[in-house]
Design a binder for this molecule. Structure first.
Ligand code: ZN
Length: 281
C-alpha cells in the first residue's frame, strides 16, 4: 500500500516539478556492484532500491563547520558552483556536510581516517565499501552492539564509495547509454553521500540482506529507526520527505550526523536539509 502511494507521489513529483522530466531510476545507494553485493542468496523478489525522484533544486548550502554545535553564523565561506550547476560544498569533513543531488563534494575528495567497523557484513572479503570514517565506525559498532543486546542482528552492507568509483560508474553509463541519458539516470560523481564516509547501508537476514523498503517493516528496521539517533545516526531518506531529500524512502541508509543533530532531527521529524536550513536560520 505504502509503496503504491510512494509511486503515485513520485509521479506527482516528477510531473509536478521537472520540466523536461528526467526520470531517475536511481537510489542514493546504487553502487553498481550488485554482483558482489552479498554472498547470500536473495530470496526476496521484492522491489529493489530504484529511485524515481526528481532533481528538485534546493537553495540550501552545506557550509557548516566541523563541530556539532554550529553557531558560527559568520562563516561566509561561499560554496562554489560547478559547471553542471551543482553546489560544491566547502565543509566536506564536517559531520553535518550536506551532500545531495544539488550539493556535491569537491572533486576527488577522500575522507580522512577511513576504517572498517567491527560489525558483521553479509559477504566475505575486503572491499572499499566496508569503510567508514572512524567516528561513524565507532558509532556503528555501538549501535550494532546495543541491537544485539536486544536480540536484533544487523548487517552492514555498503558504506564508503570513492569519487573514483563514482566516476567509473558514471563513465560506464556514458559508454553504454550516451552522455545525455547517463547524465539523467546516474548520479554525478561527488553527489553520493556514501563518499563522505559517514553513511552506511544496513540490512538483515529477514530481507535477504537486501536494501529494500521492506527492511523498514522488519523487527530490525523498526529497532534501528527507534534507536539510531541515540548513536548519532539518522534515517537519511525518510518516508514522506522525498521532495526534500530528492530520494525515495530508504530505511536502510544510515547517516552519521552526531548525537545532538540526530536527536533533534528525529524528535522534530525533519531531514538533514531542513536541519541545516534551521541552523543557518
Ligand atoms: Zn545508502
Amino acid at each position: 500500500m505504502a509503496r503504491e502511494t510512494g509511486v503515485i507521489m513520485n509521479k506527482k513529483i516528477l510531473y509536478g516539478f521537472v520540466a523536461g522530466a528526467l526520470f531517475l531510476p536511481l537510489s542514493a545507494c546504487a553502487n553498481g556492484d550488485n554482483a558482489e553485493q552479498s554472498n547470500h542468496t536473495n530470496q526476496s523478489s521484492q522491489k529493489t532500491n530504484n529511485d524515481t525522484t526528481n532533481d528538485k533544486k534546493d537553495p540550501q548550502k552545506g557550509d557548516q563547520t566541523q563541530s556539532n554545535h554550529n553557531k558560527n553564523k559568520k562563516d561566509t565561506k561561499t560554496a562554489s558552483t560547478s559547471k553542471d550547476g551543482i553546489v560544491v560544498v566547502s565543509n566536506p569533513k564536517s559531520h553535518l556536510v550536506l551532500v545531495n543531488k544539488t550539493h556535491k563534494l569537491p572533486d576527488g575528495y577522500t575522507p580522512p581516517d577511513l576504517t572498517i567497523p567491527d560489525v558483521p557484513f553479509p559477504y566475505d572479503g575486503t572491499y572499499e565499501k566496508m569503510h567508514l570514517r572512524k567516528v561513524a565506525a565507532d558509532a556503528l559498532e555501538n549501535l550494532f552492539r546495543a541491537a544485539q543486546k536486544d536480540g536484533i542482528i544487523l548487517y552492514a552492507q555498503s558504506g564508503y564509495r570513492s569519487y573514483e568509483r563514482q566516476v567509473t560508474i558514471f563513465n560506464n553509463n556514458v559508454k553504454t547509454q550516451g552522455e545525455k541519458k547517463a547524465s539523467a539516470v546516474s548520479a554525478h560523481p561527488g553527489t553520493s553521500e556514501h563518499q563522505t564516509g559517514l553513511a552506511m547501508d544496513i540490512s538483515s537476514s529477514d530481507v535477504g540482506y537486501q536494501l529494500i523498503q521492506d527492511f523498514g517493516d522488519t523487527e530490525e528496521g523498526r529497532w534501528v529507526k527507534d534507536h539510531c539517533a541515540d548513536y548519532g545516526f539518522i534515517i537519511r531518506y525518510p518516508k514522506g520527505k522525498e521532495s526534500i531529500t530528492g530520494y525515495e524512502y530508504e530505511p536502510w541508509h544510515l547517516r552519521y550526523v552526531g548525537k545532538k543533530a540526530a536527536s533533534y532531527i528525529q524528535t522534530h521529524h525533519i531531514t538533514l536539509e531542513e536541519y541545516i536550513a534551521k541552523q543557518k536560520g
